[in-house]
Design a protein around this ligand. Structure first.
Ligand code: SF4
Length: 1546
């Protein structure tokens, strides 16, 4: 049996086992209470509850009115317990009165820890609850159990309180005895409680716990038999049973102080009567519970407990921490000092049973010292003293009762306990004892921190930062946490109610000030003549925000120079010259109550006050259903109120919308309510988690983004603006009622579909049922045995196998249906005849997305009888996916689990499970080809003749040929408003037009659960030759991202702009806008030559221009010629061109360079200008190294061919490759050379296998020399020998540089190329402001940064001040961060297996302290990350790289060349963050110690220093190889050789 060491754990475990729901109240979500750790441990363990199998544990912050959450489950008949500190009790008094009449148990650890204040218990003693106290660890366990049994039995609320420090030194006890708990709870079943969903929180419902008695009584025998009583709560107290009454029921709720036992007046014979539960009932129930515990355990408990000699002459009644005194009295017995003293404590504090008290004290006791540990004393006599006096000094025996002397108990250290006791007894025994003597210290121990103090979580500062940014000095937050307010506690000062009062006072103050100014304007007391006129101007404009603020500076300046007394007097309140933007903040974390009554007060006042109310409850079914806690409805309430500006915002969904809302709220003349979403589970949640939670809530309409200006209608504008796409029912109803919804739909027809979409799982169930019924109807017309094929598939393999199997089954005469597992109505499974299941393997041996629901149901069900079905399973996986031996269990795990489970549920195997392995020669097909024939055999259809020939699968080549020069059905697909998607074949074709269809993967699961299609949106990639944009193009890109995209732009690793989140109906407008900006998207993706890159070269503008021109020339030369792009995207719908058919016969296209099938695969060209390899010249199909002539102008290029990055994990036939040198070509011929290389690839590339189709494989298959000669044949001349060149790095040089013409260039650090605004960093706004100056140009770098180029000296200062204003000049990052790069990956990239752009910054932060410790903060180390092996951020050329393998798991590569010249090699597979950090920290430490510095052996020439070409330090990648950490990869084909882990396995 487990050992329990502290009372919080003992109580928490009992609470868990005895409840359906435990509300765990904590100081903060990320900070534990006395109970929470144990609760979480037991909840995560397989231990089943006793009340219910899986009790629910809900975590609540202490200041969010936690007891409110008890009502809902209680009303639905659940057994509820609450674990909390005493800090919540006083604010919860209104709830306690109601909870007293419900069978809830509240376990209270008294606070502050070490010296608890028992006044928190005495203050609530009249609430009608039963109060039980425990002192020791064992008592804590037993009394907790007693409390649950009593609540169940009595139907009344029970508070079990204890001082956790009191039992700190107790010996550990055994864990709870489950048999005992079962026994005690079975005796006192609590399930009689009836569910009652009705009832209001804000009115007294008149509920009272009542006893029903089947009493066999007579006129003479009026004694109730309590054991026959049943508790039935929820009978209104206004209808008590015939004459039932008790002393406790007179108040209608209290069983508080009961001086004498109550007697029922039941008089009937054999009748059933009801009456309220009395104090005596409570005592009787408790006595029975304790008798049972005593019988089983031998431990005895009583309402009042006396310990001490039977002949004691005096006693202490302690209502406080008893530990020190008990120890002292017991240990001092031998010395006889306190030999005749006893101690009394109240085990049952309420109801207070006087008879029990007097019965429990030996008659010999003549004097009793009452010690009350109460710090907040409100009356002269302590409440416990009064209770005791009432009990012992009234009634017949009062004359002989002991003398009672009250004491106040403070904190007593064990070392001074004896001394304190002496003092108490001295006083007690003196002839005239002093009443209310203070014993011990009032101060709490200094080493105890108050865990329950207020704190603003870091994550919440986002909104405060925006307020600061928008309003600057004008901002006044009336209840700012931590603001100094003389004489007001922090808790009160941060309270919105306090803030509101302060604001009203401030408004009065300003009114007075305006009057003072008016008077001063006509005063003659100024020294100079100017203040008067400015003051009167200001006074006239004082109520006009804009004007008064504009004038304020002028007025203040005049007053400053005046120097008179009057001027100084006015200046002493100079802040009042400005019209402040006044805000109240409500936050769950530190100012909760604005969510309740505060809003009403502000609205009712009509005052011009802005409220920002932060809701941090993450979206979940539960939160969505718990209407009482939904702050989003505050917006609805305020709109209904009618006089307020209302906005619902979410900073992690739309930063711009937050800005707009705050500005509008400030401008609105009246109350404004901005309800702001910021969901987190713990205060230290990562921004990524908050972002994902926000997106879910906004997308589903749980948290709609909108703005409501009630006065807009007066100006003919709509009151309501919807900024997100979906709203939920309540809001919809409000808008519909006032006709706003119709207006909205008229304004934005595209919203109507979204607005009317339904929610909920019922819809999903209905969809499944309809699909299945349709199948069944279809099958009725067929003959043959039925075969149901169910599949679960993430990447389509299992799905297409399933479909093919279905077709083949049909051809064999079977009645087949094929359906995704999650689309299948599970209740039909048991009735099937033959079921075939195919599943692939996701993540760490998990089910694919569309099979998870099915698997969960099959796995968890216990009552499925599948004995009537025949079944088999085929599983797809990769036996080498997880290289570590212990992870091999994940290989095909879903399939194997399913096979076992169905067999367990009675299913009969048709044939054994088939296993498809990606490692087999034909991948999973190898296993499948063996398995399928066995299936036909088992179904007796293996010998069917005349099977039709199967059409071969459609390939990309087929799609290209059939597309009519890239038209396909794109145009028709764009018109289809019933879906956000386009056809699968068009998805391939749109790539050639520069756009990919994607779906938001953060939302996939949630939308699926809601029965919605994925959140489809498009990525648009521009074509930007050489990566140079004008300021006006920059502005237009910025505008497109806001108008059509997700308000961010990505600068890619190939020097161009990418927009994400463009929904289908915005795709065409976005394309048109890009073209209007004189840019295009054609051939930005697809099997064509893409954007041509070029080094940014900020130091030499003339030379850069030479090379840049060539980039443009090559790009234009290789553009596809199809007119489809123009037809589909650019034609004006209103022009005559509209008549022309998009894919019709009006035009016959030609593709002179590409032909109808274009290239076998994508084709990329880049130019690098030595010594900068910032475009990674070795990584592209064609890499051009610019060579300078003697005249310092461009002479020509060394040409590399066959570089490429993309690989497939574990497929050794795929590998990255660095380009091979073909030779030199003069500048004027280079576009022709590129063309010829492309043509050789067009004609010789492998079109049968896209994984082997890139130029790198063509060259390796052919040999470099053969390839070169083929190109030379087409060129009709040979390449000249390559010219010497020298690279020093492939990263950017940040900061300002001046070129040879005196123009200035600044390279900004843009982390992973994402241009966006955040509360911390308004980068997008800053760059927009700079672009508006219309100077210079914007060069995008190949490392995803930005070089603001060609700034003339005359504009330099202006640019610099804008940079400073928007924090764009901050380059104080570690060199590791400056050298890092990540691809997009989640949430938009469909291929992503792991996070990249959103995770790399976090990983780097975690490594920076280690770099610092090793003195490497300023040493560059090229680190790259991608979400999959497609390699968009060119990871295989980095010194260290992480490539996504599964969510949260990465393959790690080491040994790349510092300037991108050498490939790295796999070092570890599928490692997660802890392992990554451990490995990296080890390597960084070693590198710092072992690297060579200065020219010499081991230091490569380019790093040798001394000649200005290097810093003389051995690079990390080079060191990894020299130190033997990793083997060098000399060429692409050797990429997989010598991989450490694989060798080990061999
Ligand atoms: S590397 Fe993979 S995950 Fe990253 S953006 Fe490219 S395709 Fe997507």
């Amino acid at each position: 049996m487990a050992t329990i060491r502290n009372v919080g754990d003992a109580v928490a475990r009992i609470a868990y086992l005895s409840s359906d729901v435990v509300l765990s109240v904590q100081p903060a979500l990320g900070r534990d209470s006395e109970f929470s750790k144990a609760l979480n441990i037991i909840a995560a363990s397989p231990t089943a509850g006793i009340a219910t199998k899986n009790p629910e544990v809900l975590t609540l912050r202490h200041n969010v009115d936690p007891l409110l959450s008890a009502f809902k489950p209680l009303r639905s008949g659940k057994l509820v317990s609450i674990t909390t500190s005493s800090a919540v009790l006083l604010p919860s008094i209104p709830h306690l009165y109601k909870l007293a009449q419900l069978p809830v148990v509240i376990h209270v650890a008294l606070h502050p820890y070490g010296q608890p204040d028992y006044s928190e218990i005495t203050a609530i003693r009249q609430c009608g609850l039963t109060f039980l106290q425990s002192e020791t660890l064992q008592e804590g366990q037993d009394i907790a159990l007693s409390a649950h049994a009593l609540a169940a039995r009595s139907g009344k609320g029970v508070i079990h309180f204890f001082d956790p420090a009191n039992s700190e030194e107790d010996d550990p006890i055994n864990g709870e005895d489950l048999a005992l708990i079962r026994d005690i709870l079975a005796e006192n079943p609590g399930r009689q409680t009836q569910a009652d969903p009705s009832g209001s929180l804000y009115v007294d419902e008149g509920r009272q716990a009542i006893i029903t008695e089947n009493a066999v009584t007579s006129e003479d025998d009026r004694q109730i038999q309590p054991s026959s009583a049943n508790v039935i709560p929820n009978v209104p107290s206004s209808k008590p049973a015939s004459g039932a009454e008790s002393s406790a029921s007179s108040s209608g709720r209290d069983s508080s102080v009961d001086s004498r036992p109550s007697i029922s007046s039941a008089t009937s014979v054999n009748s059933t009567t009801t009456r309220p539960v009395t104090s005596e009932d409570i005592h009787n129930f408790l006595s029975q519970i304790w008798a049972r515990i005593a019988k089983i355990t031998g431990r005895h408990y009583q309402a009042f407990e006396y310990s001490g000699p039977e002949d004691a002459d005096c006693a202490l009644f302690v209502f406080g921490s008893t530990g020190v005194f008990v120890d002292e009295i017991i240990s001092s017995k031998s010395t006889e000092e306190f030999a005749k003293c006893g101690i009394i404590t109240a085990r049952l504090y309420r109801p207070w049973l006087s008879t029990q008290l007097s019965a429990g004290i030996p008659e010999s006791v003549k004097r009793i010292a009452v010690l009350e540990q109460i710090r907040r004393k409100t009356t002269k006599w302590g409440p416990v003293l009064l209770d005791i006096l009432t009990s012992l000094r009234t009634g017949p025996a009062s004359a002989a009762s002991p003398m009672i002397v009250g004491h106040q108990l403070g904190h007593i250290e064990p070392a001074t306990a004896r001394q304190a006791l002496r003092g108490i007894f001295q006083n007690l025994k003196s002839p005239s004892p002093i009443q209310n003597l203070e014993v011990g210290s009032r101060q709490k121990p200094a080493n105890r921190v108050d865990e329950y103090s207020l704190e603003q979580p870091k994550v919440e500062t986002a909104y405060m930062k925006i307020l600061d940014q928008v309003f600057g000095e004008r901002l006044h937050v009336a209840n700012r946490l931590g603001a100094a307010n003389a004489g007001v506690s922090a808790t009160i000062a941060s309270n919105p109610e306090f803030g509101f009062g302060a604001l009203l006072a401030r408004a009065e103050h300003r009114k007075r000030f305006v009057k003072e100014v008016q008077e001063a304007a006509s005063s003659r007391d100024f020294v100079t003549g100017t203040p008067q006129s400015w003051l009167s101007k200001w006074a006239l404009a004082a109520e006009d925000k804009q004007k008064s603020n504009n004038l304020a500076n002028e007025v203040i300046a005049r007053l400053n120079t005046d120097g008179s007394r009057l001027a100084s007097q006015l200046l002493s309140s100079k802040a009042l010259f400005y019209t402040e933007s006044q805000w109240l903040i409500g936050s769950d974390a530190w100012a909760y109550d604005l969510g309740n009554s505060g809003v009403h007060h502000v609205l009712a006042s009509g005052a011009n006050v802005n409220m920002l109310i932060i809701d941090s409850t993450p979206w979940s079914e539960r939160a969505a259903a718990d209407a009482e806690r939904r702050k989003k409805d505050i917006g609805l309430y305020a709109m209904n109120y009618g006089n307020a500006y209302v906005a619902s915002v979410a900073v992690y969904s739309s930063y711009t919308q937050v800005l707009e809302a705050m500005i509008e709220a400030d401008q609105f003349n009246g109350p404004s309510v901005v309800v702001a979403y910021l969901p987190y589970n713990k205060e230290d949640d990562s921004p990524l988690t908050v972002l994902q939670e926000t997106k879910k809530a906004v997308d589903l309409g749980y948290w709609p983004l909108y703005r409501w200006t009630p006065t807009n209608e007066e100006n003919g504008e709509p009151n309501f603006t919807l900024d997100s796409e979906r709203i939920k029912q309540e809001l919809e109803e409000f808008l519909r009622r006032d006709n706003h919804l119709t207006q909205l739909m008229n304004r934005h027809p595209q919203f109507s579909a979204n607005l009317s979409e339904s929610y909920g799982t019922e819809v999903r169930a209905l969809q499944k049922r309809r699909a299945k019924d349709a199948y069944d109807r279809m099958l009725e017309s067929l003959y043959g045995a039925p075969m149901t094929v169910l599949f679960a598939s993430d990447n389509g393999n299992a799905e297409s196998l399933a479909k093919r199997l279905g077709n083949r089954g049909k051809a064999r005469g079977l009645k087949t249906k094929v359906i995704a597992m999650d689309d299948y109505p599970l209740e039909d499974l048991a009735g099937e005849e033959n079921v075939v299941m195919l599943t692939s393997t996701a993540g760490q041996g998990e089910f694919p997305q569309n099979g998870r629901g099915f698997w969960d149901a099959v796995k968890d069900s216990t009552d499925f009888d599948l004995s009537a079905i025949n079944y088999t399973v085929f599983a797809l996986g990769d036996s080498h996916y997880w290289p570590r031996k212990e992870d091999r269990i994940y290989y095909n795990k879903p399939g194997k689990d399913l096979d076992n489970r169905i067999a367990f549920l009675g299913g009969k195997r048709l044939i054994d499970i088939g296993l498809g392995d990606d490692q087999d020669p034909d991948s999973y097909q190898t296993g499948y080809n063996e398995w399928e024939p066995k299936l036909w055999q088992a179904l007796n259809v293996d010998k069917v003749e005349g099977l039709p020939e199967e059409p071969p699968p459609i390939t990309n080549e087929d799609i290209k040929i059939g597309s009519n020069f890239l038209r396909g059905t794109i145009a028709e697909g764009l018109e289809d408003a019933s879906t956000g998607a386009i056809a699968a074949s068009d998805q391939q074709l749109t790539k050639f037009h520069g756009t990919y269809m994607q779906d938001d993967r953060d939302l996939r699961d949630e939308r699926k659960a809601q029965g919605l299609e994925p959140a489809y949106a498009f990525m648009i990639r521009c074509r930007l030759n050489g990566g140079v944009a004008t300021p006006s193009q920059w502005l237009q890109m910025d505008q497109i991202s806001h108008k059509h995209g997700n308000q961010t732009m990505k600068m890619t690793t190939r020097q161009t702009f990418q927009f994400h989140g463009v929904i289908k109906n915005k795709l065409k407008p976005a394309m048109r806008a890009i073209n209007k900006a004189l840019m295009t998207t054609i051939a930005a993706c697809g099997d064509v030559n893409r954007n041509v890159m070029c080094s940014t070269l900020p130091t030499k503008s003339v030379y850069h221009n030479d090379v840049y021109q060539v980039a443009g020339k090559i790009s234009n030369h290789l553009l596809p010629a199809t007119t489809a792009y123009h037809e589909i995207w650019l034609k004006d719908a209103t022009s005559d061109e509209k008549q022309q058919k998009v894919a019709g016969d009006a035009l016959i296209d030609q593709e002179p360079l590409y032909g109808p099938t274009y290239l076998p695969r994508k084709f990329k060209i880049t130019i690098a200008i030595p010594p900068h390899n910032d475009t990674d010249v070795y990584a592209h199909d064609v890499g051009l190294i610019a060579i300078k002539g003697a005249d310092n102008r461009l002479e020509g290029f060394n040409v590399l061919a066959g570089g490429g990055m993309g690989v497939t994990h574990n497929n050794k036939k795929t590998y990255p490759r660095t380009g091979s040198m073909l030779g030199f070509i003069p500048a004027d011929r280079v576009h022709i050379a590129c063309e010829k290389i492309m043509l050789v690839q067009r004609d010789h590339g492998d079109r049968s296998n896209r994984k082997h189709a890139r130029l790198k494989y063509t060259i390796d298959d052919m040999g470099v020399d053969v390839f070169r000669s083929k190109v030379e044949d087409l060129l009709t001349h040979p390449f000249a020998p390559a010219k010497p060149f020298h690279f020093t790095s492939n990263i950017d040089t940040f900061g300002w540089q001046t070129d040879e013409l005196g123009l200035h260039h600044h390279t900004f650090f843009i982390e992973n190329g994402r241009i966006e605004d955040t509360p911390e960093y308004p980068m997008m706004t800053g760059l927009r402001e700079i672009a508006k100056l219309n100077v210079g140009e914007f060069r995008l770098t190949g490392n995803q940064h930005l070089c603001l180029s060609c700034i003339p000296t005359s504009s330099l200062q202006q640019v610099k001040s804008l940079m400073a204003k928007h924090k764009l000049d901050n380059l104080q990052h570690s060199a590791l961060r400056l050298s890092s790069s990540a691809c997009v990956a989640f949430p938009t990239c469909g291929l992503a297996m792991a996070e990249s752009e959103r995770y790399l910054p976090e990983l780097i932060t975690k490594l920076e302290s280690c770099l610092e410790e090793n003195g490497l903060r300023h040493d560059s180390l090229v680190m790259r990350m991608t979400g999959c092996p497609n390699g968009c951020a060119r990871p295989w050329l980095a010194e260290v790289a992480f490539v996504g393998k599964a969510y949260g798991a990465y393959n790690m590569y080491l040994g790349g060349g510092y300037h991108g010249q050498r490939l790295n090699k796999l070092y570890r597979s599928s490692i997660q963050e802890p392992e990554i950090l451990e490995i990296m920290k080890g390597l960084i430490g070693r590198y710092a110690r072992e690297r060579k510095v200065g020219a010499g052996e081991g230091v490569r020439m380019e790093d040798a220093g001394g000649d200005g070409k290097g810093d003389g330090v051995e690079r990390f990648g080079d060191w990894c190889i020299r130190a033997g950490v990793i083997r060098e990869t000399r060429e692409g084909k050797a990429f997989h050789e010598g991989v450490v882990e694989e060798d080990e396995e061999d």
